[in-house]
Design a protein around this ligand. Sequence first.
Ligand code: SAM
Ligand code: SF4
Length: 333
Amino acid sequence: MPTELPLLDTFGRVHNNLRISVTDRCNIRCFYCMPADNVQFMPRKDLLNFEEIARFVEIVAPMGVNKLRLTGGEPLVRQDLSCLVEMLARVPGIEDIGLTTNGILLAEQAADLYRAGLRRLNVSLDALSPKKFREVTRRDGYERVLEGIEEAKRVGFNPVKINAVSIRGITEDEIVPFGHFARTTGCEVRFIEYMPLDADNAWERDKVLFASEILEILSREVAPLTPLGTQPPHAPATDYEFADGVGRIGFIPSVSQPFCSQCNRFRLTADGKLRNCLFSLEETDVRDLLRNSEDNAEVRNAVRESIARKWAGHQINSADFVQPDRPMHSIGG
Ligand code: SAM
Ligand code: SF4
């Protein structure tokens, strides 16, 4: 139970969901997230260590933060990640820890992560065709991701959710195979609309394949889909089930139907900056506060002030939209 006032913004949104980026490094190079080469990574000394991350979580948990998700960059390239999961699972008030990964290192780490207390797992996989996987990620590794998903299921993760970014000109051929994949593997496949967070600034609205289009294709070519009766109020995804009860599909229509009015999330970057929105143009440094002071009150105030400054929502669909300087891998998706 929270023992302090909740993290409320000026629009009445309560923030209980913290996404923690543990690194900006990655072992592949998805074009919608990172540049192809010569990426400037954060110096290691700038990254929060596990004790600093855990202390931050201990500070925000009494304010009602009970859901965490570890992300990056690729979180599994951060050494001993399962130790961090263990530390976070012990923080009073934390009820739910998730991880989003590209799956390349998952087969090796799934068992340790499960033992450490991780239960929610999203694996990003944009294509079931190995050729298309390479086109998107600019690296090899398709087989390893599939092995990772299998191993995750074997050690007990249930469900394993698959994240696929939906991009016009790329995703169309993958829709029906993903529909069948959801039905045969039991993994829920979630299509996320491509957002303007790429390092190359090449995003255009015309490149987004909209959730409504994918829904229509799946319903026509695989089987009818019906929305699940009970959807958690703050979930960005709308989940559907095939009408015969076999297989689930989710949609995160961040561009066509932004869910900003329901947003309950904030983010901590790997270098200790607070971001009250994925698309924020300003950040609050908490690393120096965590490193230079024993006083938790300063961190607490910094968090409250950051949440209080949160805007109503991103402006992707407006001419005024400004893409953040940080690309997705350095924010933490
Ligand atoms: N490396 C991990 C992975 O790929 O799952 C975690 C970090 S990644 C930034 C988190 C999620 O953001 C992934 O599912 C990825 O597909 C998604 N993502 C990255 N860039 C995106 C973009 N421009 N638009 C939509 N989703 C994006
Ligand atoms: Fe790496 Fe994830 Fe970004 Fe792909 S989306 S480049 S896997 S951080």
